[in-house]
Design a binder for this molecule. Sequence first.
Ligand code: ATP
Ligand code: MG
Length: 325
Amino acid sequence: MVRLENLTKEYDLPPIKGRPAAVVAADRLNLTIADGEIFGFVGPNGAGKTTTLKMICGLLVPTSGSVEVNGIDVERRPEDAQQFLGYLADFFSLYDDLKVWEYLDYFAHAYKMPAAEIPARVTEVIAWVGLESKRDAFIQGLSRGMKQRLGIARAVLHDPPVLVLDEPAAGLDPKARVELKDLLKNLNRQGKTVLISSHVLSDLEEICTSVAILEKGHLLRAGKLANVMQEAAAPSRRRIRIRVAALGDQLLGWLSARDGVSDAHPAAGVASGSSAVDFLFSGNDADLAALVRDLVMSGAPVFAVEGSSESFEQIYARLSGGEVM
Ligand SMILES: Nc1ncnc2c1ncn2[C@@H]1O[C@H](COP(=O)(O)OP(=O)(O)OP(=O)(O)O)[C@@H](O)[C@H]1O
Ligand SMILES: [Mg+2]
């Protein structure tokens, strides 16, 4: 279990006009990450993801607040906590002129693993990340996705129960992203708790059990993915599209004047030959039925009504736009 309590990081900046300046990269974050989760940290550039993950791993000292990993206070006992943690930085360097197995062997020795166990362990992690065919290849000849796998292999070498991966999908093509997701799901099935950051939301939506949405150091939302989406999507407010055979001048005005309707506008990207309007609707199904009935009675040539639930990406965009539901 990983627990963040009022975790805060302020970075000092160069003084502005002689006055001390600082940026709050993590602002009193409270989170509990249960064993067995794939926990996603989501947020735009500068949200505080890297800062938070580094504090979790004991690589950055918090300004205030604390992190506990398996009951161990990371700031007080970083080395003990790190036994439980495997970390992959957002930017990491590999030694180009080493072979894949040599690189892992080197780190296994650096981690002071028992020498007799190292060869078998290296073989095992190479298999875990699917690099068997590259075992004897030089690192400089690996693709970006393979290098990312090698980084993950290094992070799991000492068999930590918790993996902390900062933007592991950055720079990967769609196929490599899918492979990375499969790898993480596999590691998770083998019992690893995975903390992962990304601003590619579709990546996280597919694999995460829980997410925390960060912005400018603040925690906007956190919890089980389904709950975060459900809560944020506010079922009483949904996006509705009404398709009409012809878009009359009055339709938008009619809709906008109606209770519960907001943001009515002609739909973009609708196939030519028909028209559609999109709007946000607060109300239940009966309210929507009444609206459609009245619209048809008014003479609008309605031929379809569609409701869409928002994707995580849309919810996120709305939340981080500062709109409070
Ligand atoms: N060493 C530092 N000194 C000063 N400010 C820093 C330092 N590292 C980060 N920051 C600031 O802290 C804030 C959070 O940065 P952080 O790197 O944690 O964000 P991030 O969510 O990981 O962003 P990205 O998606 O770009 O990786 C930013 O405003 C950044 O400028
Ligand atoms: Mg970062």
